[in-house]
Design a protein around this ligand. Structure first.
Ligand code: PMV
Length: 363
């Protein structure tokens, strides 16, 4: 009864922030539908950041208690009580379904910084639900896996799938799950991440969700996010990069406005985050100006600026969304015009696959 799985993190284009108040909080049901792209890194060698979590779980009568470890630099570090509670929540639900009481050992390895706003909990719980289902011989389909991954971390519901993903908020455990919008590469978009800080954030999103409702702006953010989820889905299906970029950027700002005006206020940005955000906006404005000039018949010597948009999750790191053909130009811009070091830049594309079972075990 042992199995391993891998999963990728995802970047939210329409964010999940705050749990639905009319649902039990432990179910992690969002206040609005959300949309994301499951992501994988392209330049792993340069940044040392490979956006994959690998997890192994084993159930055995030799274990006298449930244990969980994070593998970091070849060492096994036991999960603290808070992390372990979330792991047990997912495993226990599946263990009950399988009708067994055997204890488990679980080891998980993130090949990128943990809890730094790069969505390690999304890939972590997606991989956990997937390998647990296999080890317990439940072999659940992706809809079911999405529901159980959500119990560990809401955004993990989306990392079960590759490509672009839509999470129906639903109104119960059974109706809140994610589904794939379209196959990888049907929609042309990529991203370049400026990693501002690899360290752990002070307030985890799990804790942050509880404060969302204390912001006066939260209700309007919920309404807007619900409407824009439907709109962005259409734009993805229509390969409309500009609309997707504009909606994503605005939704990120709505979420951070809620965070900053919550009680207590949450500031996930730092000065460098703002520096990159402003530079992205200037770069884009330059692009649109050039574009307008061309429309007026003015001859352009060379294309200036790039059409790119930013989005930031619960951390200081920025995802610059761009077309695939512009990915190197965006990297050049972030590195040479903004001054972010090459090792702190991660180029990403849509991950073709969601979570999947692998043969290689971590113990
Ligand atoms: O799944 P959680 O509890 O880590 O929350 C994710 C929160 C954001 O990353 C900020 C937004 C999202 O939808 O992924």
């Amino acid at each position: 009864m042992k199995a391993s799985a891998i999963a990728h993190p995802n970047i939210a284009l329409i964010k999940y922030w705050g749990r639905a108040l009319d649902q039990p909080s432990y179910l992690n049901i969002p206040t609005n539908d959300t949309v994301s792209m499951t992501k994988e890194s392209i330049n792993y060698a340069k940044s040392g950041i490979d956006l994959i979590t690998h997890t192994t779980i084993e159930f055995s009568e030799n274990f006298i208690e449930d244990t969980g470890f994070l593998k970091t630099n070849e060492k096994l570090v036991p999960f603290d009580n808070v992390q372990m509670k979330r792991v047990v929540k997912v495993v226990e639900a599946l263990r009950e379904m399988a009708d067994i009481t055997l204890k488990f050992k679980m080891v998980s390895e993130n090949k990128f910084p943990t809890a730094a706003g790069l969505a390690s909990s999304a890939s972590g719980f997606a991989a956990l639900a997937t390998c647990t289902s296999k080890a317990l011989n439940l072999n659940l389909n992706r809809t079911e896996l999405s529901k159980y991954a959500r119990l560990g971390s809401g955004s993990a519901a989306r990392s079960i799938h590759g490509g672009f993903v839509y999470w129906n908020r639903g109104n119960s455990h059974d109706t809140s799950y994610a589904e794939q919008i379209c196959e990888c590469n049907e929609f042309d978009i990529a991203a370049v991440i400026a990693v501002i800080n690899r360290g752990k954030k002070d307030v985890t999103s799990d804790v942050g969700h509880d404060s969302a409702h204390s912001s006066l702006f939260n209700q309007i953010k919920i309404k807007e996010s619900q409407e824009k989820s439907v709109e962005i889905r259409k734009a993805i299906e229509n390969n409309d990069f500009t609309t997707v970029g504009m909606i994503s950027e605005k939704n990120c700002l709505y979420m951070h406005s809620v965070m900053m005006t919550s009680d207590p206020p949450l500031f996930y940005w730092n000065p460098d985050t703002l520096k990159v955000i402003k530079a992205v906006i200037n770069n884009r404005n330059q692009y649109f100006q050039t574009y307008k000039m061309i429309n007026k018949g003015v001859k352009q010597k060379e294309k200036e600026g790039i059409e790119c948009y930013f989005t930031v999750d619960a951390g200081p790191n920025i995802h610059c969304l761009c077309r695939t053909e512009d990915i190197d130009a965006v990297q050049y811009f972030i590195q040479n015009k903004i001054g972010i070091q090459e090792r702190d830049i991660v180029k990403v594309r849509q991950a073709e696959f969601g979570s999947k079972i692998v043969e290689q075990h971590l113990f």
